[in-house]
Design a protein around this ligand. Structure first.
Ligand SMILES: [Zn+2]
Length: 270
């Protein structure tokens, strides 16, 4: 963890510091070696929150985009279950950063517990994840005049384990190299949980805009508006296809020859 309590104040790990866990109040030791980023670990080797994974530079860099008071926020449900959210904004949106593989059951449990949440998944952990996305990304279709994409085969882009998530999942295929990269060109690819006519919806968003959105409101991508947009687009596309088919059925031989020539011209231009 990044923060522990030292004399009741949230502090970052520093050499020889002794703290206590803000969640379970057990003693924590500051780990300040060279191998890993500075962090706090429970002295008893038993983490009070089994959902928390070892923090990497990637976690820390992304968490650090948000104010310290939004990081590692303890949450509790009606049954008394307690967990520490990676980030919980002032608008109540939880952002969970996930580096390791996560089983379907645990993913579902976290989604139920945090409720208003989004995932940010480290897409650089496995080489094949990035490669898959680079290949699968070529098959995406764009909704004209928008920054939205859709596909019948999201499994060609993303790890199967995330396809049934009930929350927006933002994949980070760029990662953090030295922690100092420019954030403006860094894009997160959002897979929305909803489907329209069986199609998966993808919305790329620059990391900086992700952070701004999370700071200003309780959601990142307006799911409902996006669904309406894609629904309208598909309906319109079908209507145009139907009109074309009808025009073809009633066209004279000359008109058909003219249309065929036009298609060939267009096909050559593509
Ligand atoms: Zn603890």
């Amino acid at each position: 963890m990044r923060f522990a309590l030292v004399n009741d104040v949230r502090c970052e790990a520093a050499p020889r510091l002794i703290g206590s866990c803000p969640s379970c109040l057990q003693a924590m030791i500051a780990k300040c070696g060279n191998q890993r980023i500075r962090h706090w670990a429970h002295r008893s080797r038993v983490s009070c929150d089994t959902w928390k994974e070892r923090e990497t530079l990637w976690h820390r860099t992304l968490k650090d985009q948000f104010p310290a008071e939004w990081q590692e926020v303890q949450m509790r449900d009606d049954s008394g279950q307690r967990h520490i959210a990676d980030v919980r904004t002032a608008h109540g949106l939880v952002v969970e950063f996930q580096h390791s593989h996560l089983g379907a059951n645990e993913r579902a449990a976290r989604e139920a517990f945090y409720n208003n949440m989004v995932w940010v998944v480290d897409g650089t952990r496995l080489k094949r994840d990035r490669g898959r996305f680079q290949q699968g990304g070529k098959l995406l279709r764009r909704v004209p005049a928008t920054n939205l994409f859709f596909t019948h085969t999201p499994e060609a882009c993303f790890p199967v384990a995330w396809l049934s998530s009930t929350k927006p999942v933002f994949f980070d295929f760029e990662g953090v190299r030295d922690g100092s990269q420019t954030a403006d060109r860094h894009v997160l690819w959002c897979l929305l949980p909803e489907r329209v006519e069986g199609l998966a919806i993808l919305a790329p968003i620059p990391r900086q805009r992700f952070v701004t959105a999370a700071s200003e409101r309780a959601w990142i991508i307006p799911g409902k508006a996006v669904i309406e947009l894609l629904t309208t687009f598909l309906r319109r596309e079908r209507a145009v296809a139907e009109l074309n088919a009808r025009a073809w059925a009633y066209a004279s031989p000359n008109e058909r020859n003219f249309r065929r020539a036009r298609w060939r011209r267009r096909a050559r231009m593509r």
